[in-house]
Every structure is written in C-alpha cells, then in structure tokens.
Write a protein that binds this ligand. Structure first.
Ligand SMILES: [Ca+2]
Ligand SMILES: [Ca+2]
Length: 570
C-alpha cells in the first residue's frame, strides 16, 4: 500500500518537477533580465526592466548592433522573445530564431495558410508573438490553427485547429501559458464571430476547455441581448495577463457585432469586458464591463497590466486598462470591483464612469448614436489608445502610453441593413468611409506618463502622427517607443524629453524589449508598419514611409572587436 502510494507520488513528481522548473522561469521572468520569456515581459505585463546598464547618462552611445530582414511587407507587430542568446520572432507567415548577438538566422519555420483567409482580417495581416514553455514555442495562425514548434529546430510538433475563417475567426494574439495551460484568443468581432478563449494542453495540443464570451440561449448574460437576434462579437485578440497567487488570468473582450447598435439594445454581455478566469478550467470568476451596448467599436481587449496602488489611503492589488474608450480603469484583481476610472484623453461619449455602479454616464452623443443618428465623438474607433501595449514602472507607479488625439463622425445605417447578418460576413452597419476629426493636425497623438489613479499626465509629448507602438520602461530612467515614420526613440522617464532617436527602415508598430547578455544590455524592436490608421487615415506625414519588415537590435557603441582578415597592400 505504502509502496504503491510512493510509486504513484514519484511518477507524478518527475514530470511535475520538469515542468515546474519552466513554470517557475515564466513566473520570474520580470526579475530575470537575461531573458524575455513572456508576452508583456512578465506575467504582470509591466514591460518594465530592472536593467540600468543603459541609462540617461550613456544613452547617446546607443547604436544599431544588427538588423534582420523579415523579407515581408506586412506589419511587424510581434513582441520578440529571448532565451539563451537566441531571439524568437513571429509574423503572419513564419517563425524565426535569430542569434541575438550577431543577428544571423538559426532557423526559419514557414507557415502556409489559404489565401482567402485574409478576407476576415480587418486590420493588418499580422501576428503579435509566441509563447514559450517546456522546450516548445507556441503560436497562432490567421487561419485558426495553433501550432507548437520544437524550440531547437523550428520543426512542428503538433497542430490544433481551433476555429474557421469561414465563420469570421482569425488568430493574431500571442498565446499565454498559465498554470500549465496554453490559452489562445480569437479575432473577428468585425465578422460576427462568437468570441471565445480556449485552453490547450501544451504537450499534446488537446483542447482542455473553451469559454465563450458570448452566451448561448438561456446562459447567464443572454438576457442582456434582445431575444431572437444573432449574438456576436466579444473577440479576445490581445494577450491577457496572469496572477499566479490568485491563479487568475485577466483577459479583455472586444466589441459586440455588428458595430451598428440598433438591433441589439442592452448591455450585450460579455463584450467590452475584463474577464478573470481560472486557467485550469476556463471558469470565469468575475467580469467587469467597460462599455455596455457599445456602438463605437471601443473593443475592451487592451492589455491588462497589474500593479499595487494606494487609493484613498488603502493599498490594493489591481489590474489596469487604458481602454480604447478613453478611460483608464483600475479594477481590484481578486474581485473585479472598480476602484478608479478617469479620462486619459479627450472623451465625449460619456461624461464619467459612476464608481458605485461601474457604469458610464452616457453623453447626448451616445444616446443619439444608439437612436440611429449621426454623431461626432471622441475618441475615434482607433481609441484613446489602440492595441499597442503600455508599460508600467512598479517603482514610480506611472504608466507610459502612446495615446491618440482625434475623434470621428459616425452614422449608423438603417436597421434593415444590419438584420440577418451571418457569421463570416462584415459586421459594420455604419456609413463608410467615416470621417476622422482632427483637433490639431500637428498633435494627432501623445506619448504620456500617467498616474493610473487619477488619469492625470505627469508629462505629455505631442507627435505629428500618432505613435501606434508599444512602450518599454527601464530602471535606467528611460522610456522606449517607436514612431510610424520609423524612428526608434528614447525619452527621459521623468520629463518626457527626447534623449535618443534612430531612423529604422520603415514605420514602427512593434513592441520594444530589452535584455542582458554577458554584462551588456541590448534593445530589440521590429520595424514595418500596418494597421487601420496607416492604411486608411490618409495621414500626409506617412506618404513617404516605405514598407518592409525587419528586426533591429541596439547596444552601446564599442570599438570593433570582430574577426580580422589578412590584408595585403598592392
Ligand atoms: Ca526574464
Ligand atoms: Ca473591433
């Protein structure tokens, strides 16, 4: 009896130990700057590095170390991962492993997907990154497949089809490994999907659970939709964050479908919400909805950054979101209780968020839009901030975020034009093309340092074209980001003053990371822009910015120490 029990314990313990090592690495990612193993540079998604080797005093010596061509003209939105001196990067059609010091390719794993897949991709033919665990890399493909690759060779280990583009689905988000489960999100609210998150077994690719963000008939939340109409949307196209202590994954959901609200009066749960899920089961422990009955495509998918903030004298463990709708939400991690919600850009769709109920107080413009009238509202559908992730310094408790500064004119089409839409068809139902409303053509976006409790900016730097790239903050007192005109840049985290800039070969919509190797610090960012703003806003400032994806790595200047070749003078 005792021996049997011991044997059972041992057989369970050995694979557990092997996994635990790697799970522990993921948990410690933020504190180990020699590698970047997770999307968000740590489970809390801070995009903060404790490295100080590159700092305010020596940033002027930052120079490119190498550039690697992605040989593709689509957008490069992916966050690279770094482990043991190798960088792993994805785009829509391949995964590559690159020697982190030399920039030379180690392997390339090419992906093929049916060409009509892109019919259901609204906003750029992209991929935002991979997850890493137990000797494998995991990534989604636009056609709904999730694949695991051997990290040493790039060879495919398994492939699981999670959803079909004919029903409007695509995958662009990086997966998340939490408590040994691979969690995958879906895009496609513009094509009438029924959004979901799926948990897969990282070893086999087998489906463990699926949690729909849109309830079926009779399920909780279905009462928030009118009876008898097609319910859709609630995409999950930005990677969530994970709190290992609470064992909760936080994941944002997208807009209801169609955008036109005339046929779906009600809150339309669980669209535009934060969901807190148990990673082992997919069970939703709480939800908080930011934009009920959204007419404006204010997707609630943006990244969910964890922090510890003192509000009215009480410390709270929180999750924060700079929402497309222009409010910065601070929510208690354990319960989903709203603690703060302040405007961080110009907002006219709601006067404020009622902290007691958690609900927006709609402006007249939103009431008119919901009644089918043409309105002008701020922010535009691009959002006060689009998908590109912000960073948070847990020491200064400030967030660093690229914001936009424009509204739009919005006209819902008559109700008979949005009835009977089928999944896979476009689900807009508004007048297109719409008109953007520029307050200041020379300040279409700002890089801001914001106090998440008040929404107030410590500093704000205007840009002629908005920045649609992620930010990175370091203990070296620097914030890094990229511009649509191609400059990779650093500002002083205290003042916002530009301290360094380098022109890359195309516009930047990527996610900067930093890492350390043998006592030296490096910065890495993709170049190559796409997205609805780049493609459709008609920004004259971008007229002469070429396409062309590449990956850049920077280091402090040093004298040449590479190989010497025999030379002779003739
Ligand atoms: Ca690390
Ligand atoms: Ca959307």
């Amino acid at each position: 009896m005792r021996a049997t029990l011991l044997a059972a314990l041992l057989s369970a313990a050995f694979p557990m130990t092997a996994l635990a090592q790697s799970a522990e690495d993921l948990k410690n990612d933020e504190a180990t700057p020699g590698d970047v193993l997770t999307y968000g540079m740590g489970y809390a998604a801070h995009r903060y590095s404790p490295l100080t080797l590159i700092n305010r005093d020596n940033i002027k010596r930052l120079v490119p170390a190498w550039s690697y061509s992605m040989a593709d003209n689509r957008g490069q939105e992916a966050q690279p991962l770094v482990k043991d001196g190798v960088i792993y990067l994805t785009d829509h059609e391949k995964t590559v492993a690159i020697d982190a010091l030399s920039g030379r390719e180690i392997w390339k794993s090419v992906i093929e997907y049916p060409s009509d897949t892109t019919r259901v991709v609204c906003c750029g033919i992209v991929n935002r990154g991979a997850a890493m665990f137990g000797g494998k890399l995991y990534r989604g493909i636009l056609d709904g497949n999730v694949i695991a690759l051997d990290i040493q060779t790039g060879k495919e280990v398994w492939r699981t089809k999670t959803a079909d583009p004919k029903d409007g689905y695509s995958i662009t988000a990086a997966p998340l490994i939490a408590n040994g489960v691979l969690i995958v999100g879906m895009a496609g609210a513009e094509f009438g999907i029924r959004g979901f998150l799926e948990g897969l077994d990282p070893e086999s690719g087998k489906e463990l659970w699926r949690t729909y963000t849109i309830p079926a008939d009779g399920e909780p939340g279905s009462e928030t939709w009118p009876a008898g109409v097609q319910r859709g949307g609630g995409s999950t196209w930005i990677t969530g964050s994970y709190d290992p202590e609470l064992d909760l994954v936080f994941w944002g959901t997208g807009n209801p479908a169609p955008w036109n609200p005339l046929n779906r009066q009600g809150d339309d749960l669980y669209t535009n919400s934060i969901l807190a899920l148990q990673p082992k089961t997919g069970k939703v422990m709480w939800h908080y909805q930011m934009t009920p009955n959204d007419p404006f495509d204010y997707d609630g998918v943006n990244e969910l950054v964890q922090g510890e903030l003192t509000i009215d004298g009480t410390p709270h463990k929180v999750v924060m979101q700079a929402n497309r709708n222009g409010f910065l939400y601070v929510v208690e991690r354990a319960t989903g209780r709203l603690l703060a919600a302040n405007k961080f850009v110009k907002v006219t769709w709601a006067d404020r968020i009622d902290l007691a109920t958690g609900r927006p107080v709609w402006s007249q413009e939103t009431k008119d839009a919901l009644a089918g009238k043409t309105v002008q509202v701020w922010p535009s559908l691009v959002g006060g901030k689009n998908w590109h992730p912000m960073s948070y310094n847990p020491e200064t408790k400030l967030i660093y975020v690229n914001t936009t500064a424009f509204g739009w004119e919005y006209t819902p089409l008559p109700i008979d034009q949005v009835a009977d839409l089928k999944p896979g068809q476009p689900h807009y139902g508004i007048k297109r093309p719409w008109t953007y409303l520029w307050d200041d053509p020379n300040g279409r976006g700002y890089l801001k340092a914001i106090d998440p409790v008040t929404g107030q900016s410590k500093w704000a730097v205007p840009f002629k074209s908005p920045n649609l790239a992620g930010t990175l903050v370091t203990a070296g007192g620097l914030v890094f980001t990229g511009r649509l005109t191609g400059e990779f840049m650093a500002v002083d985290a205290d003042t916002g003053k530009t301290v360094w800039e380098f022109q890359t070969s195309a516009g930047i919509v990527g996610q900067p990371i930093t890492w350390e190797h043998n006592g030296k610090q490096y910065l890495t960012i993709t170049s190559g822009a796409t997205g609805p703003y780049v493609m459709r806003a008609g920004d004259p400032n971008l007229a002469n910015v070429p396409a062309g994806g590449s990956l850049w790595t920077f280091k402090l200047f040093e004298e040449y120490s590479g190989p010497q070749r025999a030379a002779s003078v003739q």
